[in-house]
Design a protein around this ligand. Structure first.
Ligand code: 5GP
Ligand code: ZN
Length: 152
């Protein structure tokens, strides 16, 4: 595949040269479980092509990521019977980005889950990793979510 950064962990995952608990995959996008989930089912959606972040994302990759996000969002909602879902996407270090291959975080949400509270004027984010599940546990969860994927 063109546009591969050989030092990029998400390129390695997209090329299946590094392990990941894959939830969904299309020709141009992939969704897999975050290794340090802030909530059960915390999923990352990436373009397979190496794009650093929103400032570098091409239309085709953006479209593929959005389509994958929509499909995975439905599957997450069904799997966990979630009340909602939050998408977080950070750009550059100042924007909170740590891995420099475009990714959107999808977090299933529940009333009073503490991940983000809000009033009319303020949002308070408690984006905190809750442990580091084993690969086996992540794989089992990914399989559960995959059973709810409806790829139209
Ligand atoms: P950022 O802070 O850049 O928005 O998010 C990076 C995310 O990638 C973090 O939530 C982190 O836990 C996750 N992450 C980092 N390395 C890996 C990895 O090798 N595999 C997976 N599945 N997630 C990773
Ligand atoms: Zn990459």
């Amino acid at each position: 595949m063109d546009n591969v950064d050989y030092n990029c962990i998400f390129c390695a995952i997209a090329a299946k040269r590094a392990p990941a608990s894959i939830v969904y995959e299309s020709d141009e996008a992939m969704a897999f479980l975050d290794i340090q989930p802030v909530v059960e089912g915390h999923t990352l959606v990436i373009p397979k092509k190496h794009c650093r972040n929103i400032f570098d994302l091409d239309d085709e990759s953006g479209k593929a990521v959005m389509r994958a996000s929509r499909i995975v969002a439905h599957a997450l909602r069904e799997t966990f019977n979630a009340d909602g879902l939050t998408i977080l996407q950070s750009n550059e270090r100042a924007g909170g980005q740590a891995v420099f291959h475009y990714h959107a975080h999808l977090a299933p949400r529940f009333y009073n889950d503490g991940l983000m509270s809000r009033t009319e004027t303020e949002r308070r984010m408690q984006w905190r990793a809750r442990g580091k599940p084993s690969r086996q546990a992540l794989d089992a969860l990914a399989e559960k979510i995959r059973a709810h994927i409806k790829d139209e």
